[in-house]
Design a protein around this ligand. Structure first.
Ligand SMILES: NC(=O)c1ccc[n+]([C@@H]2O[C@H](COP(=O)([O-])OP(=O)(O)OC[C@H]3O[C@@H](n4cnc5c(N)ncnc54)[C@H](O)[C@@H]3O)[C@@H](O)[C@H]2O)c1
Length: 337
């Protein structure tokens, strides 16, 4: 089968990671790389060690000239709507970095536009493709006798340069979507309402709120609580967060890097001793963005749904936007189906 022609948009840190992933996949030929700032692409090409990749600073020109089979959008969140719409308007499928867009109206417009143009739009929610997360999900779903409560803690003191230090809600808008999406993946449930408080500690090096506590009510009566900070130095958690799930038969934990563990009363028998279980990481041929790309290519080639099709991914983004609305209003906010 002929490799599919890819056009990459955005040449920041994550753009380079995507350039490596695209050139590392034998089913893909990276034909062009676009950024508003041409020097970034040229530096990226040298850093990644690419040859035969065309460069432009204008997406429409690049789409017309290089006729890609698909686009990977790694521009900042506020450009996702414009970049994705331009591609879908020409019938070019898009694999976009998270978050799907920078507002719910934009995200809804893209989902509707993808439906209307019958053009695939998938969001790369790459942290779903983690052998530890997949193993934790299996453990939780198979051994707890149902899930009553799920919690995740995320603490990091990362110093970024660029858009995150200036945006209004960097933790919720740029990072928490990974953890909220993972909560939907683990439970198979969608969010129904949320209460959230965002805050920015006095020592924070971000302009916007870099910390939050969030309480979600999910379908099937599951509670999901999240605590996070992006200006917490020392004793950092895994970027995949630290998780605990509680069910009728016992509890399961995953620290985001070692093997998930559970302590459960087997079969739920009252008075039975607790059994300790350690789950091995799920075997996966590819992980992270490489796996996200494989899933997108499968959907593109076969027409079967991708795990993170925009129609589904918007539900994780809606959790973020409802949390922001709750923080702004001080009220619990309903999240629609
Ligand atoms: N999945 C992950 O783990 C992960 C990690 C980091 C970043 N990201 C996501 O990747 C995206 C990019 O992040 P980054 O850290 O590389 O950002 P960055 O700011 O380092 O780079 C973004 C690049 O996009 C370019 N750009 C801006 N608007 C553009 C437009 N309209 N058309 C073409 N190029 C444009 C900028 O000039 C810049 O070079 C964001 O959506 C971010 O949330 C995801």
């Amino acid at each position: 089968m002929k490799p599919l022609r890819a056009l990459l948009v955005g040449a920041g840190g994550m753009g380079r990671t995507w350039a490596s992933a695209l050139t590392g996949n034998p089913d893909v030929c990276l034909v062009g790389w676009v950024d508003l700032v041409t020097e970034r692409v040229l530096e990226g090409i040298e850093a990644v060690g690419l040859t035969d990749v065309a460069v432009d600073d204008d997406l429409d020109v690049a789409l017309g000239k290089w006729l890609p089979d698909f686009v990977v959008d790694v521009a900042p969140p506020e450009a996702h709507h414009e970049v994705t719409r331009r591609c879908l308007a020409r019938g070019v499928p898009v694999l976009g970095e998270k978050p799907i867009a920078s507002s719910l109206d934009e995200a809804r417009d893209l989902v509707e536009f993808s439906r209307r143009t019958e053009t695939l739009f998938v969001v790369s929610q790459n942290r779903r493709y983690n052998p530890g997360l997949v193993a934790f999900r299996r453990l939780v779903l198979s051994r707890l006798g149902g899930i009553g409560a799920l919690s995740a803690d995320f603490y990091s003191g990362y110093h970024f340069e660029g858009f995150r230090e200036e945006m209004a809600s960097p933790l919720l808008l740029d990072m928490a979507v990974h953890t909220f999406d993972a909560a939907r993946y683990i439970t198979g449930a969608d969010a129904r309402s949320v209460y959230c408080t965002e805050f920015n500690p006095p020592w924070s090096w971000y302009r916007g709120a870099a910390s939050a506590t969030v309480d979600f009510e999910l379908s099937a009566g599951i509670r999901f609580s999240y605590r996070g900070s992006w200006c917490a130095e020392g004793l950092e958690t895994s970027p995949d967060a630290e998780w605990r799930a509680i069910g009728a038969f016992g509890s399961a934990k995953w620290d985001g890097s070692s093997n998930p563990v559970a302590e459960v009363r087997t079969g739920g028998a009252k008075g039975a001793a607790l059994e300790r279980i350690e789950a091995a990481p799920a075997p996966m041929p590819e992980e992270g963005i490489a796996a996200s790309l494989v899933d997108f290519l499968r959907a593109l080639r076969t027409g079967e749904p991708a795990m993170n099709d925009c129609k589904d991914n918007i539900k994780s983004f809606a959790m973020v936007m409802a949390a922001l609305a709750s923080s702004a209003s001080g009220e619990r906010v309903a999240i629609g189906p």
